[in-house]
Design a protein around this ligand. Structure first.
Ligand SMILES: NC(=O)c1ccc[n+]([C@@H]2O[C@H](COP(=O)([O-])OP(=O)(O)OC[C@H]3O[C@@H](n4cnc5c(N)ncnc54)[C@H](OP(=O)(O)O)[C@@H]3O)[C@@H](O)[C@H]2O)c1
Length: 273
């Protein structure tokens, strides 16, 4: 689509502009180059920063100029990130973590809900506990974290929320009924939040990694790992930095017109689903 064929001049009245697409004003170039990829000073909270993908996201946002806080049950976070011990299955701990971030670095403008767990097993043998733990952490934990974020974001009329989902949500993974269900739930949550809060300048998106080299996937057998690699068009596992780069984009001011999307970072394994 080119502006020349489908857009109308900025001056044309809507009745004479059948496509409704307006060309940018002539002096739009004046504004190019003003947008910085360094998001200076915005406050970001990332959950699950003690290792793996969450640690990489926190370090990456820090390097991009954010003031970053990171939570995990141990409170460990990369150097330069405000580390806070908080279990996302405990509403009081989530609230206390937010209060500490607000006191020490300011209201959260960017939230990355990354903390997650697996408790794999075949459906027929899966214990209620394995179901409850995974749903309680991955879905209910994300819900609590997002719920606590939105009031200050609404007041600020700005917010970026990124939920770390998984390709399992839409391809399904045998042995991960609980995990896939929790990650599919995040997609419905993100789209509902996007619809509810878009008018307040808050975006909510899901980043869906495929197979990423972390402690979580180190638990897989060599056989399962080899099977994954065979099916990934890019023929490699993702590095944590691949996921962090996609998250950084969706957190940026520049991504302000993107909401309710699922962005796969999966080497193509889930394409078309
Ligand atoms: N690795 C992959 O291939 C892959 C693929 C798709 C999606 N993902 C998703 O990406 C996210 C990160 O995965 P990862 O591979 O980096 O996992 P990981 O290495 O196991 O790290 C998980 C993080 O979540 C934290 N966490 C777990 N339960 C928590 C709780 N109740 N409260 C607070 N923090 C908690 C852990 O910290 P503590 O243990 O210190 O609390 C840790 O920092 C997860 O949501 C995962 O589902 C991963």
């Amino acid at each position: 689509m080119t502006m020349n064929t489908l857009s109308c001049s900025p001056q044309s009245m809507s009745s004479s502009c059948p496509t409704g697409i307006r060309a940018p004003p002539r002096d739009a170039n004046r504004y190019r180059g003003r947008v910085s990829t360094q998001q200076n000073g915005r406050v970001a909270l990332v959950t699950g920063t003690s290792r793996g993908i969450g640690a990489a996201i926190a370090a990456d946002l820090l390097a991009a100029g954010y003031r970053v806080a990171g939570t995990s049950r141990t409170g460990t976070a990369p150097e330069g990130v405000l580390g806070i011990a908080a279990d996302i299955t405990e509403p009081d701990q989530v609230d206390a973590a937010y209060r500490r971030v607000e006191d020490e670095i300011g209201p959260v403008e960017v939230l990355v809900a990354n903390a997650g767990i697996t408790r794999d097993g075949l459906l027929a043998m899966m214990k209620d506990e394995a179901w409850d733990d995974v749903i309680g952490t991955n879905l209910s934990g994300a819900f609590r974290t997002v719920r606590r974020a939105v009031r200050p974001m609404t007041r600020a009329r700005f917010g970026r929320i990124v939920l770390i989902g998984s390709v399992s949500a839409y391809v399904g993974t045998p042995g991960q009924v609980n995990y896939a269900a929790s990650k599919a739930g995040l997609i419905g949550m993100a789209r509902s939040v996007a619809g509810e809060l878009g008018s307040r300048g808050i975006t909510c998106n899901v980043v869906a990694p495929g197979f990423v080299r972390t402690d979580m996937t180190d638990e897989l057998s060599d056989e399962v790992r080899a099977d994954y690699l065979k099916r990934i068009p890019l023929r490699r596992a993702a590095e944590v930095g691949d996921v962090a780069a996609a998250v950084r984009f969706l957190c940026s001011d520049e991504a302000g017109y993107i909401t309710g999307v699922v962005l796969p970072v999966d080497g193509g394994i889930g394409m078309g689903r």
